[in-house]
Design a protein around this ligand. Sequence first.
Ligand code: SAH
Length: 215
Amino acid sequence: MTPDRFAAARRRMVQAVARAVPGCPDRVLEALVRVPRHRFVDEALWPRAYRDEALPIGHGQTISKPSTVARMTAALGPGPGERILEVGTGSGYQAAVLALLAGAVFTVERIPALAVRARTRLDRLGIRNVEIRPGDGRIGWPEQAPFDAVLVTAAAARVPRSLFEQVRPGGRLVAPVGEGEDQRIVCWLHAGGEWELQELDPCRFVPLREGMGGR
Ligand code: SAH
């Protein structure tokens, strides 16, 4: 991606993220340096795009805090050539970060207007290994399963079973679990027919909703 006037601000943001997320792999931090986060929000919000904060993206939804994106990406551990499912495309920012680290990203968004905008942004940035589908991501993307890893970016008390069913043996699933103020990032490893669970930091996501969203 070409240099832009926010490159220095973005580097400072990534330094702050590295302090906030100890042990975050360098390749994740490098992906955050490469993806121009301002291009995933309205121009009026560009001055705030490189602070470690969530920002509105319309339709009552938000682009996650960079440190949260880093934490979830680090927990997911996307590797070169891997196929990743994301539930909750939102702005497309997290998908762009995953696209630099994995082979192919499949992402589902229930609000069609957000899916369209995310597509436009990724096309303009020349990111080609992301497929976006409007739909209810709680059912995953069965035609493209199995996935090496599944990342859910909207919170629910329980992660839908069909998402677990679409993770290959040895794969991972990362999701914000809980409701309202009481949410945690949870990481599951599909190991030897069992699911090993690890609870990570508290987080704050918009809810995972049923069915398709408006307009
Ligand atoms: N990953 C996004 C941020 C996610 S915000 C980014 O990088 O910008 C959560 C998104 O999940 C919202 O856009 C919301 O509309 C979407 N969402 C909520 N429930 C969903 C569902 N059942 N299926 C697909 N998307 C859903």
